[in-house]
Design a protein around this ligand. Structure first.
Ligand code: F0G
Length: 458
């Protein structure tokens, strides 16, 4: 089948209303929210592309699985169904359920982080970086140089720069590097995939220094699809086998089931190391819960288990990756600067390139994100200097890039929603020269992008 139209491989079974709003209403709403899109009432959003995390539609079979949820405190049958589904893809000895990905991160870095420690990653996601730094450790991004240039094409732009990784470990001293992380796909770098060859290369560097390798596996299925499409030798390998091979290169993983678990909540931490697992379980009990439910209800464990079975379906992944590219290709074809090629879960507009008259410290990404909302009710997310510019010592520096991410919730919007989104992006881009920068008038010490309040400049 080589038709141009991408058919969603599902029919709609229950619908949620979208409330139409006017430009005036949206202006009032965003001003009241301190020009921060996280502060909006979601009813005031038409197309919500803030995140692909926990915002997807669950399938009929996932809702049915939830009815099967068993809420026993210890040893629930739902736990064993969850464990079997996780082990089908990631056969690590220890699987520790958590309420979402960042809880897994917090537990792991509390166990192995601390002052003087250094954690390399291709690119840390914001919560991952914050959890590393909260222990006093240093988070270092080692993505390949191509991964930092939005307009440069590379099939695996999320790859780790192996020489930089090696140097980072030598400078820190291998004894100070408790773990190396590979994030698949590389969310903060544009949802870009990491090749199997690169994961194997990272493994080799880790082996040379005796350091464990963990995957931040949030979007593992999307990464596996890209490996199959783009890497020599995988064209006819089943997705499940590619996922297992990725897993076999690592010693453990953190996971947010809100992404490729196709669930609205959940996550886990997994590893082979018995001693580390015991320390992590002790931390789990302090804040998340007993080791057979983590922070989750039995029904959540069931929804995740079914989601893991569905996410590796080829029809689903083909639609998922093609439909994201549909938005990215349309925007790029119209000359709007964006990260190319399009990643798995989102389109990343290059606000720094689109708004050269707004310096990074006046937050071009924030300006573009607000404009998309005011113009068309589209809520994207700044991934740039607002999110990453605050330094641990209280100063501020431009982030590597100033992007606006339009993240696509899984199985939620149709092609007409995306066509509308394309129209809005193009209209805002036509008037880019009129957009102004912002300044922050109020911000917390950490993860400021969630709650900061802004003021338009000029
Ligand atoms: N790692 C990556 C690569 C992520 O993208 C996220 C979440 C996490 C870890 C944390 O997982 O949200 O379950 O605690 N990313 C979401 C996003 C929030 O919008 O990209 P979580």
């Amino acid at each position: 089948m080589d038709y141009r139209t991408i058919i969603e491989p599902f029919r709609i079974h229950a619908v949620e209303p979208i409330r139409m709003t006017t430009r005036q209403e949206r202006l009032r709403a965003i001003e009241a929210a301190g020009w921060n899109l996280f502060g909006l009432h979601a009813d005031d959003v038409l197309i919500d592309l803030l995140t692909d995390s926990g915002t997807g539609a669950m399938s009929r079979d996932q809702w049915a699985a939830m009815q099967h949820g068993d809420e026993s405190y210890a040893g629930s049958p739902s736990w064993f169904i969850f464990l079997e589904a996780v082990h089908g893809l990631f056969p690590y000895r220890h699987v520790i359920p958590t309420h979402q990905g960042r809880a897994a991160e917090r537990i792991l870095f509390t166990a192995i982080g601390g002052p003087g420690k250094v954690v390399p990653n291709n690119t840390h996601f914001d919560t991952t970086r914050a959890n590393v730094e909260a222990t006093g450790a240093t988070a270092v991004d080692c993505v390949i140089p191509e991964g930092r240039v939005p307009s440069l094409r590379h099939p695996f732009k999320g790859n780790m720069d192996l020489d930089l990784l090696d140097r980072t470990i030598r400078v820190a001293g291998p004894g100070n590097v408790p773990v190396v992380f590979v994030t698949v796909t590389n969310n903060s770098g544009g949802g870009q995939p990491v090749s199997m060859a690169n994961i194997r290369g990272v493994r080799a560097v880790c082996d040379r220094h005796g350091i464990p390798l963990f995957l931040d596996a949030c979007r593992f299925a999307e990464n596996a699809w890209f490996i199959r499409e783009r890497e020599d030798g995988f064209a006819s390998t089943p997705i499940v086998d590619i996922v297992r091979e990725m897993a076999s290169c690592a010693d453990g993983m953190t996971m947010s089931a809100k992404k490729d678990g196709l669930a609205n909540i959940g996550g886990w931490l997994a590893m082979d190391d018995d001693g580390l697992a015991e320390r992590c379980r002790n931390l789990l009990i302090l804040t998340e819960g007993f080791p057979t439910y983590g922070g989750l209800a039995g029904r959540d464990l069931e929804a995740i288990a079914q989601g893991l079975r569905e996410v590796v379906h080829e029809d689903y992944l083909r639609y998922r990756i093609r439909s994201t590219a549909y938005l990215g290709d349309a925007v790029a074809a119209a000359g709007v600067p964006a990260v190319v090629p399009t990643g798995g879960h989102a389109v990343y507009l290059d606000a720094r390139a689109l708004l050269p008259h707004i310096p990074p410290l006046a937050y071009p990404g924030q300006s573009l994100a607000v404009a998309l909302y005011v113009e068309g009710g589209i809520r994207g997310c700044e991934i740039g200097t607002v999110m990453f510019g605050a330094q641990p010592d209280g100063t501020e520096e431009p982030a590597a890039m100033d992007l606006v991410r339009l993240a696509i919730p899984r199985r939620t919007y149709t092609q007409s929603h995306i066509d509308y989104t394309i129209e809005v992006v193009l209209r805002v881009a036509e008037h880019a020269a009129d957009l102004r920068g912002y300044r922050i008038v109020e911000a917390p010490a950490q993860l400021r992008h969630f709650t900061a309040r802004f003021e338009p400049l000029g």
